[in-house]
Write a protein that binds this ligand. Sequence first.
Ligand code: SF4
Length: 177
Amino acid sequence: MTRKRLATVWLGGCSGCHMSFLDIDERLLELTELVDFVYSPLVDRKDFPDEVDIALVEGSVSSEHDLEKIRLIREHTHTLVSLGDCAVTGNVPSLRNSVGAESVLRRAYLDPQLLNPQLPGSDVPRLLAVVRPVHSVVKVDVFVPGCPPSADTIFFVLSELLAGRQPDLSNKTRFGA
Ligand code: SF4
């Protein structure tokens, strides 16, 4: 069987979905027999590679950097998985949509109690006016809800995709840790 090229991506999220991915524990060893990890916060690679078979995408599209990145990922990925509620719905990051990005920035960076209150410069990616779920920006092939999705759910999804099947989560999704 040809080894698949697997990427995991962290957009606007808390990394909890990646923690849940790591919770598949010793089954990670099974995965390493089947896939090459070609891009991930867990490996030291900065540029998103070509010809990725499966990309697990955690987090919402919250900044201009996220937007640029998810478009690039879509362009170079066969099966894009929206992993977790932030990616699927916007979830926690989208709570700011009701008050606006500017208001959130001012609250975070201009609090008078801070030692040196100032808004971030151009070296920090600009926030989008509205936080968006991944599928509102690019085509998504598989949706995996949960905050985070359980390790068993993530392993099931990967196993099915690696077997060439579309995961059916109707009886498999387990919410919570
Ligand atoms: S879905 Fe939950 S665990 Fe995953 S990144 Fe969002 S807040 Fe964190």
